[in-house]
Design a protein around this ligand. Structure first.
Ligand code: ATP
Length: 516
């Protein structure tokens, strides 16, 4: 349908006004209540001078406040600028000035950071939300509750949206490979990805009845689409958790019995290694989707063995709203692959030098994508946009191969490729082998500068609690399972690995540390 996202929500509200839209620590909100709050928030923004196309930042963890702010901003015609509450002042200032945000909805605990950078930005309004019920006043600026209440007294003036052209959100990329870029996603991009997901998972999905365990952050594109927007489209309900606390997640699964769980591999690592995980009824979840980073095959097996749940791994990126591929619930699942293309999604593997020659089945090249979910471009970065979007195709920067049935295998990012003594080494391939070692909990592989080989392979390893292994053990295991040029020459044990907010291992940080 040619809807804006707020029209999508309005449609669900008209169909299931009294159904539960979300639950947060036992507090439930129906669709009708959600719509009322969204409308009040939008009116208040209009009163505050927000006009169509203005950027409004949201710096909140998963909570009803997030959902209301997001849809309230869209309803007022604004562009949601997603901000991770963990950002430090420098990073926050970059996003606020780059986007030119005029207002921000921020969590009370991050408020001092907003204050510290405010003078350098175009912010005219700061709204402070507290997750404690009642909302505490922490500043002279308005609280979320006061702002919402003020909107109830004002008339709302509808804003007309052109879904194909109008930008709904700026999604800043995680910056695992460089400077963070704001992907401009239109209403059509985002709705397309919701409808594509819905069609793809139809056989595994019961609209109106499903409950989505929403613990991956909504400020990240995966949670935004796969949890929030898909659930609100289907008339199902969100079980919101503001952080990944393993005990709380398991208690929530036991109590709320969610039916779907989009997660990231590090969450599956934590669940798999939790003593007594078998007792929490994780198998009541019909589909555990994994995305954002590679799911080691051994981890998938162990998770499924211990919990009885089923994992469907998919793939996506901020620039594609995000999902383009997934293992299907209706056909063969191939562990180690990210599955087949979503409906209306075309994809090819092309040569990495020119990006123009399509490669035959089985050959390794760059994955490129064409579909309605592909972004309009990067905010204020025409040169970067030209590199990423060529003739309507999105160049993902990921190295991949495809099999005869169209299943895609992501080998690695172009930028993470290691060239050791002239050989191409794919970090992920080595990580997969190391993960098979019974003492290993997590592994990350990078290239470090080497005067003779150009680069040499280094592995960082986290061992399972109580497990023992020496560098020699790991090296021997690698030697028995891979060609000599791939075997890590350097091995370092760590108690944890540096990660992004969605639990993606930051190989860039490891490279920086290794080069010091
Ligand atoms: P930046 O693009 O700034 O470096 P980022 O990587 O965090 O930041 P995202 O858009 O969040 O940006 O992530 C998209 C990337 O995540 C993909 O290009 C791909 O490299 C990786 N990815 C996502 N899903 C998978 C998967 N199932 N297997 C392997 N890699 C994946």
């Amino acid at each position: 349908p040619n809807w804006s996202l707020q029209e999508m929500l309005a449609h669900t509200v008209s169909e299931h006004p009294d159904a539960e839209a979300m639950t947060f620590y036992g507090r439930k909100t129906t669709y009708r209540e959600l719509e009322d709050a969204v409308r009040a928030f939008a009116s208040a923004l209009q009163q505050a001078g927000i006009q169509k196309g203005d950027r409004v930042a949201v710096m909140l963890p998963n909570s009803p406040h997030f959902v209301i702010s997001y849809y309230g901003i869209l309803t007022a015609g604004g562009i949601v600028t997603q901000v991770n509450p963990m950002l430090v002042e420098r990073e926050l200032q970059y996003i606020l000035t780059d986007s030119g945000a005029k207002a921000i909805v921020a969590l009370d605990t991050v408020y001092p950071r907003v204050r510290a950078v405010e003078a350098e930005t175009d912010l005219e309004k700061v709204i402070v939300a507290s997750l404690q019920s009642g909302g505490q006043s922490v500043s002279p600026d308005e609280t979320f509750e006061a702002f919402l209440a003020s909107g109830k007294n004002h008339e709302f003036h509808p804003v007309s949206i052109n879904p194909a052209e109008d930008v709904a959100i700026l999604q800043y990329t995680g910056g695992t490979t460089g400077r963070s870029k704001g992907a401009m996603l239109t209403h059509r991009n985002l709705l397309a990805n919701v409808v594509q997901s819905f069609e793809f998972f139809k056989s595994d999905f019961h609209p109106g009845q499903d409950r989505c365990l929403t613990v991956i952050p909504l400020f990240h594109v995966f949670g935004m689409t796969a949890c929030m927007n898909l659930t609100l489209y289907a008339g199902s309900s969100l079980v919101l958790l503001p952080r990944f606390d393993i005990k709380e997640v398991l208690e929530t699964i036991k109590r709320e019995k969610p039916t779907s769980f989009p997660g990231v591999p590090t969450m599956y690592v934590a669940l798999t290694n939790y003593p007594g995980v078998e007792e929490y009824g994780v198998d009541s979840i019909r589909t555990c989707n994994s995305g954002s980073a590679p799911m080691p095959v051994e981890l998938m097996r162990e998770f499924e063995r211990r919990t009885g749940a089923k994992v469907l791994e998919g793939y996506g990126l901020s620039e594609a709203s995000p999902t383009t591929h997934c293992n299907p619930p209706f056909a063969e699942r191939k562990p180690g692959s990210v599955g087949i293309g979503f409906p209306s999604t075309e994809y090819k593997i092309v040569d990495t030098e020119t990006g123009e020659r399509e490669l035959p089945i089985g050959e390794l090249g760059e994955l490129i994508i064409h579909g309605p979910q592909v972004m309009k471009g990067y905010w204020n970065m025409p040169e970067e946009t030209k590199k990423a979007l060529r003739n309507g195709w999105l160049y993902t920067g990921d190295l991949a191969r495809m099999d005869e049935q169209g299943y895609v295998y992501i080998m690695d990012r172009k930028k993470d490729l290691i060239i050791a003594s002239g050989y191409n080494v794919y970090p992920r391939e080595i990580e997969e082998v190391i993960y098979e070692h019974p003492a290993v909990k997590e592994a990350a592989v990078i290239g470090v500068a080497d005067p003779y080989r150009g680069e040499t392979v280094k592995a960082f390893i986290v061992l399972k609690d109580g497990a023992n292994a020496t560098e020699q053990d790991i090296a021997d295991y690698c030697k028995a399972n891979m060609a000599p040029y791939k075997v890590p020459k350097l091995i370092e044990f760590r108690s944890e690995l540096p990660k992004t907010n969605v639990g993606k291992v930051l190989r860039r940080t490891l490279r920086e540390e290794a080069s010091r």
